[in-house]
Design a protein around this ligand. Structure first.
Ligand code: MLT
Length: 411
């Protein structure tokens, strides 16, 4: 029998969204008439923008003719997409990047997971708590987490608690760390980091030789003009940070799959002998070996989000979800619940009522209001006592969910 990777045996039994999905399916099977409203996993519900659809159709037609057919894409992405990313996502914010610092991929989830592979197995990982569960699980899979205690905390991970008491702002670690996952706007709490707070992290990383893995998948949801959209807006970030971006939550690509990762040329790791090593070169090496690129049709679709029509349509999509966020926030506050987030992020982080645990609150909401959310404890121990709802539902479903929570939970 082949020896398996023991680290996989240290994972909790199932991925958070698999578990909430399982409980939801079981409830639906037992109550086929229940009209469930799903505000659990952050999956978008609006169709792709018109500009994206037209670009896809055109690209499909190109693939049908010998003279315009394309095979393998360039390893790090087609120029037309990379140039648009550099010009719009960064150039317009005064950030200069070069084409070889962008690597187009199929998702921020896979990139934030795979990136760990190019770092040593003994690297110490810092994670906010609560955290997007994929960061934790990939740390466990890569053997960097150590062993879990009875409460599910791994002994080699440096947890950075984020609760109402510290305004959901992680504290700088009090011990050395090598890799720091930061996700802003935050999934799950909806919190944001100010420029000053982000600068503190960059200074810390520079001082300690740590690398910040900055997941900016939700940057399009920032409403407050003072909040940075990219970590590279802050001085010094190019030396210490990798940034992950995605078309999933901005342009509705959760099922279409396109994202990119920025690895600046200045960013260096070190070899066992202490020699500096280019992280950009290693990431490109990893991707060109293990990933064959994003389909031409999909990259054309992503590039269409930067045309003037595409940009208007993407803005309208984000506005639509942010209006849902407002409806949820104001509705739940009116129902007497304490809520956070949802101002610069598509997630609303709710304090569970009546001292219910977050899984009990999940069950109560599912059984009594037929609304599916995500229990805060599933994002980490500091998520206990909280519950997450997403703004990615349809408008009518979001309004109905608020009504049901008001009437059925308040009973
Ligand atoms: C979430 O619900 O946290 C997201 O959908 C996860 C993801 O983007 O993979």
């Amino acid at each position: 029998m082949a020896r398996i990777n023991d680290h996989y045996l240290k994972l909790r039994a199932s991925y958070l969204f698999s578990e909430t999905g399982r409980r939801t399916r079981e409830y639906q099977a037992a109550h086929p008439d229940a009209k469930l409203i799903r505000l659990g996993i952050g999956d978008v519900t609006r169709p792709l923008p018109e500009a994206v659809i037209s670009a896809m159709h055109e690209a499909v037609d190109e693939m049908a003719k010998p003279e315009t057919f394309r095979g393998y894409p360039p390893e790090t992405g087609w120029d037309f997409l990379v140039d648009a990313i550099i010009r719009h996502d960064y150039g317009e914010r005064g950030i200069k990047l070069t084409a070889d610092e962008i690597v187009v991929s199929d998702g921020a989830k896979s990139d934030t997971g795979n990136i760990q592979e190019i770092f040593g197995p003994d690297c110490i990982v810092a994670l906010s708590d609560p955290v997007y569960p994929a960061y934790l699980d990939v740390t466990v899979m890569g053997g960097r987490a150590g062993n879990a205690d009875a409460g599910g905390r791994y002994d080699r991970i440096v947890y950075l608690p984020c609760t109402a008491e510290n305004n959901f702002q992680p504290r700088i670690p009090d011990r050395p760390v090598d890799l720091i996952f930061l996700c802003y706007p935050n999934n799950p709490t909806g919190a944001v980091l100010t420029r000053v707070a982000l600068k503190t992290w960059i200074d810390f990383a520079r001082e300690r030789g740590a690398v910040i893995l900055y997941d900016a998948a939700y940057e399009a949801y920032i409403r407050d003009a003072a909040i940075p959209h990219s970590i590279y807006e802050i001085e010094g970030a190019r030396e210490v940070a990798i940034e992950f971006r995605s078309f999933s939550k901005t342009a509705g690509f959760t099922g279409t799959r396109c994202a990119y990762t920025v690895v600046p040329k200045e960013l260096q790791g070190r070899s066992a002998a202490g020699e500096p090593v280019s992280i950009n070169a290693l990431w490109v090496r990893r991707q060109s070996t293990k990933f064959n690129g994003v389909a031409y049709v999909i990259q054309r679709a992503a590039a269409a989000t930067y045309t003037s029509e595409g940009r208007k349509q993407v803005t309208a999509l984000v506005d639509y979800y942010m209006e849902n966020a407002r409806i949820l926030r104001e509705g739940l506050e009116a129902a007497g619940l304490t809520v956070y987030g949802a101002r610069n992020a598509p997630y609303i982080w709710v304090k569970t009522s009546g001292r219910l645990s977050s899984w009990d609150f999940f069950d109560k909401l599912l059984h009594e209001a037929h609304v599916v959310g995500t229990p805060g404890a599933g994002f980490g121990p500091s998520g206990e006592g909280y519950f997450r709802l997403t703004a990615f539902g349809g408008r009518a479903a979001t309004e109905e969910a608020v009504d049901r929570i008001k009437t059925r939970l308040a009973r």
